[in-house]
Design a binder for this molecule. Structure first.
Ligand SMILES: *[C@@H]1O[C@H](CO)[C@@H](O)[C@H](O)[C@H]1NC(C)=O
Ligand SMILES: *[C@@H]1O[C@H](CO)[C@@H](O)[C@H](O)[C@H]1NC(C)=O
Length: 333
């Protein structure tokens, strides 16, 4: 089936949904979803999106921001993950791993600086299926997380690592690569796409959503269950961590030296946060369009990444997050 749908996509060029770059907005210890009001939050995050980002966020974010690092200029959402650090195998010091713009398999990064590539798909990468199943936009105030920093084993599909070498992204794995990756480490976070239709959030930031994907990749999900009957966009983040300058310090045969900003155990603690902030009905307009090449058929406006790159937020924590650091910010040795 996979090869058939890929072939159809190439012939008809009907890639569905949205895919766009968002440059890095900031690296800070803030987390308005899991730890609202905490300055600082527990661990460092890599954040992209609108400039309403702050220690706590409420109300209609799309009306509060005035700029965004995302290519879609009506998207003032915030997207964030933990940050990858290199832990020196012999002296134990930490250095933050730089982020490179993702080079999507079709098309370039359009001048993004670092950042995350964001997807909102309706069904899978090549079909939208919206006649069978319309997609409802997230509502103002909506937020969610996927994954957990405390996980010590594989949680579910869709939270993956790939070892970039040459032209290959390699296979998707649930834990960090076990050998140096010349092109960096590629991380993917797929969010759940079934909503309970009532709650903009939940105490664990996850139970208002239901995860239906059963295999890695951009595969179509089974139908939503009656507990979470509303199909919302399938949100996915891709990040390229430029590990190249650390690879020579990864001594041959030594275990993986990369850790998340909360360190944790292995790579299973990979997680991501989402704060909805599209202006007005812009996301709904895009999701109602059929057979668009990742851009909503012109239903939403784009900005040059040179403009997006000018969007900033203040540093509210003012601590060194790059390195070499003897302790990760917020962590005890
Ligand atoms: C951000 O939060 C701080 C308090 O942590 C507050 O002083 C500031 O006004 C907020 N900024 C915006 C733009 O809401
Ligand atoms: C650990 O090694 C790195 C790379 O050589 C170096 O820059 C850093 O200062 C070292 N840390 C300590 C505590 O010696």
């Amino acid at each position: 089936m996979k090869s058939i749908s890929t072939a159809l996509a190439l012939i008809a060029s009907v890639e569905a949904g949205l895919r766009f770059p968002c440059s890095t907005l900031t690296f800070q210890r803030l987390d308005p979803v899991v730890e609202p009001g905490n300055t600082p939050s527990a661990h460092v995050h890599h954040i992209v999106g609108g400039n309403a980002f702050n220690a706590s966020m409420s109300g209609d974010v799309g009306n509060q921001a005035s700029c965004t690092t995302c290519q879609m200029s009506e998207d003032f959402s915030n997207y964030w993950t933990a940050v990858l650090y290199f832990k020196h195998p012999t002296n134990g010091s930490y250095h933050r791993v730089p982020v490179l713009p993702v080079q999507p398999l079709l098309g370039g990064s359009n001048g993004a600086q670092g950042g995350i590539t964001v997807y909102y798909t309706q069904f899978d990468l090549s079909r939208d299926n919206i006649k069978q199943q319309p997609i409802k936009s997230f509502q103002p105030g909506f937020r969610m997380t996927v994954g957990s920093p405390t996980a010590t084993s594989k949680q579910h599909v869709g939270l993956t690592y790939q070892c970039l070498t040459g032209n290959s992204r390699g296979r998707e794995t649930a834990d960090f690569p076990d050998k140096p990756c010349t092109g960096g480490i590629f991380t993917t976070h797929h969010f759940p796409a079934c909503w309970d239709g009532k709650n903009l959030d939940s105490p664990d930031h996850q139970s208002h959503m239901f995860f239906t994907k059963r295999t890695d990749g951009f595969t179509n999900a089974p139908a939503c269950p009656s507990s979470h009957p509303v199909r919302v966009p399938q949100v996915t983040y891709e990040t390229t961590w430029d590990t190249s300058k650390f690879n020579s310090m990864w001594t041959s045969g030594a275990p993986n030296p990369f850790v998340w900003s909360f360190e944790g155990g292995k790579g299973f603690g990979t997680h991501a946060d989402y704060m909805f902030g599209w202006k007005g009905d812009s996301l709904q307009r895009a999701m109602d369009k059929s057979e668009c090449f990742y851009d909503g058929c012109g239903s939403i406006t784009k900005q040059a990444m040179a403009t997006a790159n000018k969007c900033t937020v203040p540093d509210r924590i003012n601590e060194e997050t790059v390195g070499w650091l003897s302790v990760l910010p917020g962590q005890s040795k």
